[in-house]
Design a protein around this ligand. Sequence first.
Ligand SMILES: Cc1ncc(COP(=O)(O)O)c(C=O)c1O
Length: 390
Amino acid sequence: MKLSHRLDKLPPYLFVEINRKITEKQANGEDIVSFAIGDPDIPTPQHVIDQLCRAAHDPANHRYPETVGLPELRQAIAQWYQRRFGITLDPGKEVLPLIGSKEGIGHISFCFIDPGDVALVPDPGYPVYSTSTILAGGEPYFMPLTEKNDFLPDLEAIPEKITEKAKLLWLSYPNNPTGAVADLDFFQRAVRFARKHNLAICHDAPYTEVAFDGYRPPSFMQVPEAKEVGVEFHSLSKTYNMTGWRIGMAVGNTQMINALFRFKSNLDSGIPQAIQQAAIEALNGSQDCIAEHNIIYQRGRDELAKALNSIGLRARLPKASFYIWARIPQGYTSVEFATELLDKANVAVTPGVGYGNAGEGYIRLSLTLSDDRLEEGIKRLLDWNKARRA
Ligand SMILES: Cc1ncc(COP(=O)(O)O)c(C=O)c1O
């Protein structure tokens, strides 16, 4: 059997050793508190589940769906964008439902990147921007996100020999893993930059609804010229706790939406229709769950950040997303520090370097735990700190 060279080019999975340890410990009956996974543990809202169950009984939903999605779903997405961000989208041309946003993020690289092309990718960042670039035969150029720049890329610092070869610019705010946010002024600058260098922008925005202290993150699409140069990926995963149902969307530039549709219609046959109907209910129905979840995350954010700062890490309070990006004490790499917490405290966190070289020196902690697991995790961190100081 001969596998493709393409697969050899993928970077090694950095968490192999840590994951092996977690599995081994669990097999030995040890209890691990995991802050490592960005997957809400709160169930999908009941009215959405009820709709999914009703839809599952309808034989019309037992057949192949259309890749383009139900017209009612595209309409519901456009109306949701209108209500939430005041943006008008044409549901026929500017909206494309996805099997989770990851699917579209992975596939759009193939619509733009040929061998030798470059995609501008944030570092640290969600790994799929760079891995899909590599799978398409291109090269990621990593734009460092630093604390000094509020975790925004310095677009003007990108060398001209790179912008000449670049075709895509990836951005994502509210940001995973740093929890940073961007304002419309930054998005406006990104649009100007994209126009100047003839680039397409992909803005990945699954966390706009997870926000704290009254802050409401903007959509990239709110910039008047955004539609000319880019699309935004969004998702029902984090907003409505629907990571398991797999549904998201791309909205914006007609040409990009059409290219993505053409590509993916050759590979998949759409989103199961019962899930599409559940998504319509989520988008059109009561939005109360969003505020309710944010109260829970905000409480966890405050408690966890306080505990981390008290044991010598530097944790900023994120305004949005459910991640705390914490600077680790000197003398450790992020993998060493995460391993130490796992070995000595039975607490799992994600080493920052897993999101790119500029993530070295940090760990990411997710707030998607129940209150009692979060309390237990905090207790273990405090005990570990006491023991190492004793
Ligand atoms: C930044 C970012 N983009 C995209 C996704 C993918 O979300 P989904 O495929 O569930 O819509 C995630 C999931 O963790 C993410 O953190």
